[in-house]
Design a protein around this ligand. Structure first.
Ligand code: SF4
Length: 90
């Protein structure tokens, strides 16, 4: 299946909506040592900040859902406004 080019490029389509498609409870991130969300995202959407929280670059998101699977604390709430990138795991 061909992946939509706009989606692959991560063009800034989410800032038009005042409610982002990614919500992170950054208080939980304070206790998360390895911050796996920052390692699994292929687009660099999640960035650790010096205070231990997470900065989310929403406009980079490709909707793969990897961070949802990787987060051990369920700190991320996520919707797939574009329907995801249609990868199938496993
Ligand atoms: S993996 Fe979850 S709890 Fe850990 S830093 Fe990322 S969003 Fe926060």
């Amino acid at each position: 299946m061909t992946v939509n080019l706009l989606k692959r490029l991560g063009l800034n389509k989410y800032n038009v909506d005042k409610n982002s498609h990614i919500q992170v409870n950054t208080d939980i991130c304070l206790t998360c040592k390895d911050k796996p969300c920052t390692k699994v995202c292929p687009a660099g959407t999640y960035e650790p900040s010096p205070d231990g929280r997470i900065i989310v670059h929403y406009e980079r998101c490709l909707e793969c859902g990897a961070a949802l699977v990787a987060c051990p604390y369920g700190a991320i709430k996520f919707t797939f406004p574009e329907g995801g990138i249609s990868y199938k795991y496993g």
